[in-house]
Design a protein around this ligand. Structure first.
Ligand SMILES: [Zn+2]
Length: 223
């Protein structure tokens, strides 16, 4: 399986091409291209959220803690006094950084459900909904944020599969087929929960017509 540096490097390189290409084509501004690059790079390490004690999991929860605190400030600033707000944000940071990470490694299996296209879609939709509802981004940019994250996620799954092909002997390792899958048939219950979580996001998403437009423009960049 591909290691942390390979995942981060390939996804960041892909993200630069995507962010730069869209900027050159006039789809977004130079400033707007930076979060897209960051999201694709983040998507490239996100599936290893299920690998206990990995470098990826520590980095992921460090990174997730930052938007969680920003979201906390946005939601609570009008309701709490400054002192209480600071304490709450400290608690949110510690909660996401340490507790969520510990819970996650307790309840997930490496290369289980989180290495699937369903998880990629769910993470993309969560990013889109958060970007649109919480950070007030336009329909178009919100979809672009979600798509970048999902693209990085899929690149990770592809890399994991590539590395499970033994290139010297052209044999397949046992891990072949465990990364790139639509969902995890060994965890049907959890797969269903994940599908329902994705469906529950529908009311929070921007119109799908904008996503079609984004994909059409993105596809035309390759021609
Ligand atoms: Zn992986």
């Amino acid at each position: 399986m591909a290691n942390f540096r390979t995942h981060l490097g390939v996804a960041a390189a892909g993200g630069s091409v995507l962010a730069h290409g869209g900027w050159q084509a006039g789809l977004w501004s130079a400033m707007e291209s930076l979060p897209l690059l960051a999201l694709m790079a983040f998507g490239g390490i996100l599936p290893d959220i299920d690998a206990d004690r990995s470098r990826a999991i520590r980095l992921i929860f460090n990174l997730l803690a930052v938007p969680a605190v920003v979201a906390g400030v946005l939601v609570l600033q009008t309701r709490l006094a400054t002192g209480a707000l600071l304490m709450t944000c400290g608690a949110i940071y510690v909660g996401v950084r340490y507790l969520a990470g510990a819970l996650f490694s307790r309840f997930t299996v490496h290369r289980g459900l989180w290495h699937s296209l369903l998880a990629a879609a769910l993470c993309g939709l969560v990013a889109t909904a958060l970007s649109h509802q919480l950070f007030g981004q336009s329909d178009y940019l919100a979809w672009a944020h979600g798509a970048s994250l999902m693209l990085g996620f899929v690149v990770h799954l592809l890399l994991d599969e590539l590395y499970s092909v033994d290139l010297t002997g052209a044999r397949l390792k046992r891990s072949f087929g465990t990364a790139m899958k639509p969902f995890d048939w060994r965890e049907p219950g959890n797969s269903l929960v994940m599908l329902m979580a994705a469906a529950s996001l529908l009311p929070w998403l921007p119109p799908f017509g904008t996503l079609r437009e984004l994909l059409r423009q993105g596809a035309s960049l390759w021609r």
